[in-house]
Ligand binder design. Structure first.
Ligand SMILES: Cc1cc2nc3c(=O)[nH]c(=O)nc-3n(C[C@H](O)[C@H](O)[C@H](O)COP(=O)(O)OP(=O)(O)OC[C@H]3O[C@@H](n4cnc5c(N)ncnc54)[C@H](O)[C@@H]3O)c2cc1C
Length: 375
């Protein structure tokens, strides 16, 4: 089935032309949030950086996602305290909080800080959320427990965590703005330019391909697994029910309403988990029908659907990204593998990989060391 992202249809202005001849010091592959963030930091430090994007800026997951700008990573905070240790879990959370602040300062009207609601679908999920809420409170992060949900959520869900500082983005508008900043700082951005790491003669090559990592670095195919997510957008609804991002069932359902009343809703990947491990950017009847049914549950009607689309992200075994030098490759770096949670993290990790190339040693890099999966 066709795949037409609502976000990418917004009119765009051409990027400022900053082409330079000859060799780049750093080549970046991928013009999503990660690649644009990396190019911006490098260009601001006077590096000759060239970004190669096979499609258009934000043409990958960055212009096809749900539009949630959340702190944290994919793993719930209480689980991250166990798997990473309390100090590293806290540092990861703080990194994404700073990233959201930076996103807000750069994105203009592409970002709205409306908070997010993480909903419990059943008693087991309510217990899990209660544990996460307790861990967040214990570490001093601003959250609130919500017992009394407004209709129609009260019929469907059993409590929620409110994250007051999260927000919603128009992701394509945001990443196009980021690309513009990178170009204004001197980055040479080339769209419609499909490349491979080994054919680029720069001192350093950054692979910022997230869900497309396997096609760029085949040795990481089992580490960063292509995963498809599907989304739809409806016509504007008369009632405003879901201004802030809502998500439930461990993230398998997510939705919010845009300022014009349109509902954007995604997920239901668990209808066909194995089939959705793919880098084919196409929607399927099964998942889209499940999304239609969820729309009906949430709004009590079947509004006209104007857009249906799919996008690809990269999932790693521990659901945290890889940022740093690719093991076994001298010149090649990676930032990607956000496991479906890359809007705030991608901005942070693009900047981190750039700083590593500049010879800085930001302490957060140790959270995402690519060699943790080697050997
Ligand atoms: C359906 C869906 C919903 C999501 N929802 C959310 C959400 O609500 N909140 C959230 O935080 N995260 C969400 N994510 C995840 C988030 O969108 C991604 O993690 C993030 O956008 C990754 O950005 P990136 O720049 O690393 O990768 P991408 O944006 O995918 O960019 C990679 C780019 O590399 C390009 N490329 C690939 N191969 C080549 C090549 N050979 N040469 C040149 N260029 C190449 C691609 O065209 C692509 O543009 C979602 C993802 C999807 C797919």
């Amino acid at each position: 089935m066709t795949s037409r992202s609502y976000w990418l249809e917004e009119q765009r202005e051409p990027l400022p032309e900053r082409r330079f001849d000859g060799r780049a010091e750093v080549a970046v592959i991928g013009g999503g949030v990660t690649g644009c963030s990396c190019a911006l930091t490098l260009a601001e430090h006077g590096v000759r950086v060239r970004l190669h994007e096979a499609r258009e800026i934000a043409g990958g997951a960055s212009g096809r996602n749900g539009g949630f700008a959340l702190r944290g990573a994919t793993e719930p905070y209480d689980a991250a305290r166990v798997s990473l240790g309390p100090d590293r879990a806290r540092r990861l959370m703080e990194l994404t909080e700073r990233s959201l602040d930076r996103l807000e300062s750069l994105a203009g009207d592409a970002f709205r800080r409306v908070g997010s609601l993480r909903l419990a679908w059943d008693d087991a999920e309510r217990d899990a959320l209660a544990r996460e809420h307790e861990a967040l409170c214990a570490d001093g992060f601003d959250v609130a427990w919500v017992d009394e949900l407004p209709a129609p959520l009260d019929r469907l869900y059993r409590g929620a965590i409110l994250h007051p500082h999260d927000g919603a983005i128009q992701p394509a508008r945001w990443v196009r703005r980021l690309a513009r900043r990178a170009a204004e700082a001197g980055a040479d951005i080339r769209e419609g330019d499909r490349v491979a790491p080994d054919e680029l003669f720069a001192d350093a090559v950054v692979v910022a391909g997230d869900g497309f990592t396997a096609s760029l670095l085949p040795e990481l195919a089992a580490t960063v697994v292509a995963t498809r997510g599907q989304v739809l957008a409806t016509e504007p609804l008369p009632e405003r029910l879901y201004e802030r991002p809502h998500y439930a069932r461990g993230g398998y359902d997510y939705w919010h309403q845009l300022p014009d009343g349109r509902l954007v809703i995604g997920g239901q990947r668990d209808a066909a988990l194995a089939d959705e491990e793919t880098d084919v950017m196409e929607t399927t009847g099964l998942v889209q029908e499940r999304l239609d049914a969820l729309v009906e549950q949430l709004v009590g009607a079947r509004p006209r659907v104007t857009h249906r689309w799919a996008g690809i992200w990269g999932t790693t075994p521990d659901r945290n990204p890889l940022v740093g030098r690719v093991p076994g490759r001298e010149r090649v770096w990676i930032a990607g593998g956000y496991s479906g949670h890359g809007n705030a993290l991608g901005l942070a990790c693009g900047d981190l990989v750039a700083r590593a190339i500049l010879g800085e040693h930001p302490p957060e890099l140790d959270l995402f060391e690519p060699s943790r999966f080697s050997g």
